[in-house]
Design a protein around this ligand. Structure first.
Ligand code: HBI
Ligand code: FE
Length: 283
């Protein structure tokens, strides 16, 4: 694949160069899409599955942003822009605040189908983008971007990253049919899609904004705690109804909780055995 990495120093947006993807890269997308879509059939929140359908992401091959952006922009005003990989926090927040989602332009190799550290186009476009068709979630993502820029001014980036991690990346939502996945870190992962909902090991606790913002997290393994929202409106309201200035003052005490902690005030849906983490610690 010829990579036109014309990284501009302002917003890191590059040309997706869709014509440059090879047949094998398109085949990797198709393999991952089909495998993950089957796993998510009764595990993902319907809003995410509806988004996959609405954006026609299963038309075969890596999605062309120019095509998917027509439908996405029509629905919520969001557009997907191609970036080389992780971008600096301020660049990331600025994009979200302007209803642009920065998606990795590359796709993982066959040697790393099950896990990779950097967000590739499958994690971003299969995992994150479908929910951007949901108006309330789109409002949350814009509010999050604006909040991120403010958090940086208060030196509270770590707390805001924890909020992103336990919602946008690893959040679960309660539905009439039970808990469902909406976090992209789970929905794009074969094994964590099952672990997060069905394994007795992790805690499953009710979402609480300040509690989540104080909670440390693991970036290299399954989560030891998942937080559960009742609706995207709950998530959006938590962001817009909170006066962040006094919250940031309180967070300045730097009290944080370990990923596996269960606190007296937590709304506990499931107290995890932490058996998975204990086994990993022994290995
Ligand atoms: N950059 N491209 C990209 N994608 C992300 O998800 C991302 C990022 N930069 C920073 C970041 N996420 C995290 O720090 C968020 O918690 C802000
Ligand atoms: Fe992500």
């Amino acid at each position: 694949m010829t990579t036109h990495v014309t990284v501009r120093d302002d917003d890191y947006v590059i040309d997706q160069n869709w014509a440059g993807y090879t047949a094998d890269e398109h085949a990797v997308w198709d393999f991952l899409y089909r495998r993950q879509r089957d796993i998510l059939a009764d595990r993902a929140d319907p809003a995410m599955l509806d988004g996959l359908q609405a954006l026609d992401l299963n038309r075969g091959g890596i999605p062309n942003f120019a095509v998917l952006n027509e439908e996405l922009k029509r629905r919520t005003g969001f557009t997907v822009v191609a970036v080389p990989g992780l971008v600096p926090d301020e660049v990331f927040f600025t994009h979200l605040a302007n209803r642009r989602f920065p998606a990795g332009q590359f796709i993982r190799g066959r040697h790393q189908l099950d896990y990779l550290q950097e967000p590739d186009i499958f994690h971003d476009v299969f995992g994150h983008v479908p929910l951007l068709t949901n108006p309330v979630f789109a409002d949350y993502m814009e509010a999050y971007g604006k909040g991120g820029l403010r958090a940086m001014k208060f030196g509270r980036l770590k707390n805001l990253s924890a909020l992103y991690w336990y919602t946008v990346e690893f959040g679960l939502i309660e539905t009439p049919k039970g808990l469902r996945i909406y976090g992209a870190g789970i929905s794009s992962s074969k094994d964590e899609s099952i672990f997060a909902l069905e394994d007795p090991s992790p805690n499953r606790l009710r979402f609480n904004l300040e509690r989540v913002m104080r909670t440390d997290y693991r970036i290299d393994d399954f989560q030891q705690t998942y937080f559960i929202i009742r609706s995207y409106d709950e998530l959006f309201r938590a962001t817009v109804d909170t006066d962040f200035a006094p919250l940031y003052e309180r967070l300045a005490d730097d009290i944080s909780f370990r990923p596996e902690a269960v606190l007296p005030d937590d709304g506990v849906l499931h107290r995890g055995t932490q058996a998975y983490a204990a086994a990993k610690a022994r290995s």
